[in-house]
Write a protein that binds this ligand. Structure first.
Ligand code: AR6
Length: 182
């Protein structure tokens, strides 16, 4: 299934179903844990594809707090950089999870601008092992990314790289709703 590319301001927003480790964008975002030393899910896939140099650089970063983001090189990945962010573990929604998830997207987009990157791809942060509800996560991802590009940004392309058709449909739906409600 392919979804329409939507242009908002100077930025194109795209939803795809793909393995994020295959994308030749300026940066892919990693849904990491606070150690930044690797794990399962997309984190494991990114570290495997990037090679052992990635964890060596990550060791020098001394971890990352939930809702924050740090950047490294991409090593053997087609992407030039990896932005490591730590999403919240879903604990029912009353422990600041929505705000922390929004912060992951905002901080990642800020880092892209700081490094003058043109394109970035996000996985559906927190929706796997961290159990964040996929529909709420998609609407937070999309609305925060749109809001963040209202500030000055170097990004001309933001990709929501989903790992299932269901996740892609949720992001596409959230994107079309966000545009209608602007
Ligand atoms: N490409 C794109 N998306 C993927 C890929 C891939 N190759 N692999 C998985 N996904 P998760 P989290 C999707 O569990 O919930 C790790 O152990 C997946 O289907 O990777 O933030 C970390 O070290 C889901 O939609 O991340 C942390 O401890 C999304 O990526 C913890 O898991 C996120 O799922 C983070 O959990």
């Amino acid at each position: 299934m392919s979804y329409p590319v939507r242009k908002i301001g100077a930025t194109r927003f795209e939803v795809i179903t793909a393995d994020i480790t295959k994308l030749g964008v300026d940066a892919i975002v990693n849904a990491a844990n606070s150690s930044l030393l690797g794990g399962g899910g997309v984190d494991g896939a990114i570290h495997r594809a990037a090679g052992p140099e990635l964890v060596m650089e990550c060791r020098m970063l001394h971890g990352c707090r939930t809702g924050e983001a740090k950047i490294t090189r991409g090593y053997r990945l087609p992407a030039r950089h990896v932005i490591h962010t730590v999403g919240p573990v879903w604990q029912g929604g009353e422990r600041g999870e929505p705000e922390l998830l929004a912060s992951c997207y905002r901080r990642s987009i800020e880092l892209c601008h700081k490094h003058l990157l043109d394109s970035v791809a996000f996985p559906a942060i927190s929706t796997g092992i961290f159990r964040f509800p996929a529909d709420l996560a998609a609407s937070i991802a999309v609305s925060t990314a749109i809001d963040a590009t209202r500030e000055e940004t170097s990004l001309s392309q933001i990709v929501f790289c989903c790992f299932s058709e269901q996740s892609a449909e949720l992001h596409d739906q959230a994107l079309s709703e966000a545009i209608i409600n602007r």
